[in-house]
Design a protein around this ligand. Structure first.
Ligand SMILES: O=C(O)CCC(=O)C(=O)O
Length: 328
C-alpha cells in the first residue's frame, strides 16, 4: 500500500524541529513526483555527453545507464570532464540551474504547506539552492562540518532560514546521507575556516558546540526530506556505493528576514541598512507564498529572469572574515 503523504507538520514534528534543530519528514513526495526533476537533470547529462562526444572528448556516452549511475560511469571513464558536467548541472554560481522542474519543486504546494508550520504564511525561497551529485569516491562529495549561517551574512544569524534537503535517490549511511549535531542550534555561530575540505567552509571538530560523538546520521528515503535550521551543524561523509547520491538542498525564510526578493541587482547598495541586505546577496531570492500579498509571488518566468540577472551582476558577498584553515 502506498504510504500517506505528509501534508502538514503536526505539533510533535514542529516541537522536534525546534528542540533538536532538525526533522526528517518521510513521504513528503510520492517518488514519482520527483521524477520530472530527475528527468530534467538526466536531460542535461545527455546533452552534455552528446556535446562532448561531438567535440571528440568522449567516446562512450553511457547512454543506457540509469540516472542513478550514469554520471558516475561518465566521470569514472573521463575524470577530467567532471567539471564540464558539474557546470552544466549546477550553473556558474552553483544555484544557476533554473529549469522549470527545479522551480516546480521549489514551489511545490505540499512542501510549502510543511514549511508554513515553521515559517508562517509569508515564505521566501532564499537565494541559495544547490543540486548535489555526490559521486562514489569523489573527494568533493564530502562536505565538512558547518552551519549554513557560516555562509550567510552575520546580520541574519538571528533569522530562521530552513534548509530543506531532498534526496533524489534513497540517501543512506553508505552513500553519504547527512550527519547532524542535535540540540546545538541555539549555541550561536561557531568559528568556521575558509579553504576547508574541497574548498568548503569547515568547522574544526574541537570548535563544534558538542562532541562529534553526539552526531546522528539522518538517512532519508526517496520522497522524504531533512529540514534543518541555519545554525544546525551538519556534514556528509563519503559515498561508498556505486550509486550517485543525488540531492537538492533548498532554503526558505520568512518575509520578515532580510531578503533581496523585492530588489533588482542594480538596486543593491552595500551601504544600505542591514535589514535591506539579503542574507546571501549575490543570488536572487524569490517569493513562493504570500497570504498577505499573493500578487507578489514570482512566476516561473520572473524567477528565471531574477536568477539570471543576479548571476550576471556578480554582486559582492559581504564576507564574515573567517580565517583560512591552513596555517591557522
Ligand atoms: O549534500 C551534502 O552532502 C551536503 C549538503 C549541505 O551541507 C547543505 O545542504 O548545507
Amino acid at each position: 500500500m502506498t504510504p500517506a503523504l505528509t501534508t502538514r507538520l503536526n505539533e510533535e514534528q514542529i516541537a522536534f524541529f525546534h528542540t533538536e534543530g532538525y526533522l526528517m519528514v518521510p513521504n513528503l513526495f510520492a517518488p514519482e513526483e520527483l521524477e520530472p526533476l530527475r528527468q530534467e537533470i538526466a536531460d542535461i547529462i545527455e546533452a552534455t555527453a552528446q556535446r562532448l562526444q561531438a567535440g571528440g572528448k568522449i567516446a562512450d556516452t553511457f547512454a543506457d545507464a540509469p540516472f542513478e549511475t550514469r554520471l558516475h560511469r561518465l566521470v569514472r571513464a573521463y575524470p577530467d570532464l567532471w567539471h564540464d558536467f558539474r557546470r552544466a548541472i549546477e550553473g556558474k554560481a552553483g544555484g544557476g540551474h533554473t529549469g522549470r522542474e527545479m522551480f516546480n519543486l521549489l514551489t511545490h504546494p505540499r512542501l510549502l504547506d510543511v514549511l508554513e508550520g515553521l515559517l508562517g504564511p509569508e515564505i521566501i525561497a532564499s537565494s541559495v539552492y544547490r543540486i548535489r551529485p555526490k559521486l562514489p569516491g569523489l573527494d568533493r562529495g564530502e562536505v565538512p562540518w558547518h552551519q549554513d549561517s557560516g555562509y550567510f551574512s552575520p546580520h541574519c544569524d538571528r533569522s530562521l532560514i530552513v534548509t530543506c534537503w531532498i534526496p533524489l535517490v534513497d540517501a543512506t549511511i553508505e552513500n553519504g546521507c547527512l550527519l547532524v549535531l542535535p540540540r546545538t542550534h541555539r549555541a550561536g555561530i561557531v568559528p568556521h575556516h575558509t579553504g576547508g575540505h574541497a574548498g568548503y567552509l569547515e568547522v574544526k571538530a574541537e570548535d563544534l558546540p558538542a562532541p562529534e560523538s553526539e552526531a546522528v546520521y539522518v538517512p532519508v528515503p526517496l520522497g522524504g526530506a531533512l529540514l534543518m535550521t541555519n545554525m544546525t551543524p551538519h556534514c556528509s561523509r563519503t559515498n561508498a556505493t556505486d550509486v550517485v547520491r543525488w540531492s537538492v538542498d533548498l532554503r526558505y525564510q520568512s518575509r520578515e528576514a532580510p531578503t533581496n526578493a523585492f530588489q533588482e541587482p542594480e538596486e543593491f547598495d552595500p551601504n544600505a541598512p542591514e535589514i535591506e541586505i539579503a542574507c546571501y546577496a549575490p543570488e536572487g531570492d524569490f517569493v513562493v507564498r504570500s497570504a498577505r500579498h499573493p500578487e507578489s509571488v514570482h512566476t516561473y518566468e520572473q524567477y528565471a529572469a531574477r536568477r539570471r540577472a543576479y548571476d550576471a551582476a556578480r554582486l559582492p558577498y559581504p564576507q564574515r572574515g573567517w580565517t583560512p584553515l591552513k596555517g591557522d
